[in-house]
Design a protein around this ligand. Structure first.
Ligand SMILES: CC(=O)[C@@H](O)[C@H](O)COP(=O)(O)O
Length: 255
């Protein structure tokens, strides 16, 4: 089970809802992924304008836990304002804090992320900050009381996969709250790798919405995350420099 604050989930896949070719594909991909948590940008939702297009209009939102994100925020103040807007709509009490520090790389601003997370925790939100793969920053966010830490695998939408598995494994080893690898996942292999490293979950969007066949990819991601988790729990063999025969001949009468 994935436990985030007071909530428990069987699925360890958190899925983004943007950039699908059409609403039907989005709906089917969400369904096939068996995700229980959907994330979306508050700024793109028109939450107080029911007559405007809504990014989740084909989806039965009652069936999911919603994780609005503060995408578009460049300062802590903007992120806090966006989060409060989401909460005021009555949609949820979880928030993905996303404060972008650089337009080209879309990497998070660590100082503003810390500030926004602290304020939102004080406001009673369940806070999941998107952060870089910096080990100490992840620790600081946990110390503040964040309910999960979401380090990036690589830049958002880049599909580059896990650039720094060592840092991610240090974050995972140190954390006492769930670590959800967020952003940059390109293929099922990357998602499985995150889980094999011991991550508690994976948040992804572009790898599914931008795939040639988003619905197939949604299923592939679900299976990869399950396989990666199972592999992690099973405990892999140690890596060795030299070979060890798989069928030992020692003690056998025919050599
Ligand atoms: C939807 C969302 O929250 C994104 O900002 C997230 O970080 C996913 O990134 P990818 O699109 O790289 O999976």
């Amino acid at each position: 089970m994935l436990k985030i604050g007071p909530y428990e989930f069987s699925s360890r896949l958190l899925l983004g809802t943007g950039k699908y070719p059409d609403f039907e594909t989005q709906k089917e991909a969400v369904n096939v992924s068996e995700t229980e948590i959907l994330t979306f940008s508050v700024r793109r939702m028109n939450i107080f304008k029911p007559d405007q297009p809504n990014f989740l209009e084909k989806i039965d939102v009652e069936k999911y836990s919603l994780l609005p994100n503060t995408a578009g925020a460049k300062t802590a103040d903007e992120a806090v304002r966006t989060a409060k807007l989401a909460k005021a709509s009555g949609l949820c009490d979880m928030i993905k804090v996303e404060v972008i520090g650089d337009e080209k790389t879309l990497l998070p601003d660590p100082v503003e992320t810390l500030k926004a997370s602290e304020e939102l925790l004080n406001e009673g939100f369940i806070v999941l900050p998107y952060t870089s793969d910096d080990v100490m920053l992840a620790s600081r966010l946990e110390e503040l009381g964040c309910h999960a830490i979401m380090p990036g695998a690589s830049p958002i939408g880049s599909g580059q996969g896990i650039i720094n598995p060592l840092n991610l494994s240090f974050i995972i080893e140190k954390a006492n709250v769930p670590v959800i690898v967020d952003a940059g996942i390109g293929s099922p292999k990357d998602a499985a790798m995150a889980m094999e490293l011991g991550a508690d979950g994976v948040l992804l969007n572009t790898a599914v919405s931008g795939a040639e066949h988003p619905v197939k990819m949604a299923r592939a991601m679900k299976l990869a995350i399950e396989a990666g988790r199972l592999g992690y729990e099973a405990g892999r063999i140690p890596r060795k420099r030299y070979a060890t025969a798989s069928s030992p001949t020692e003690g056998m009468s025919i050599g």
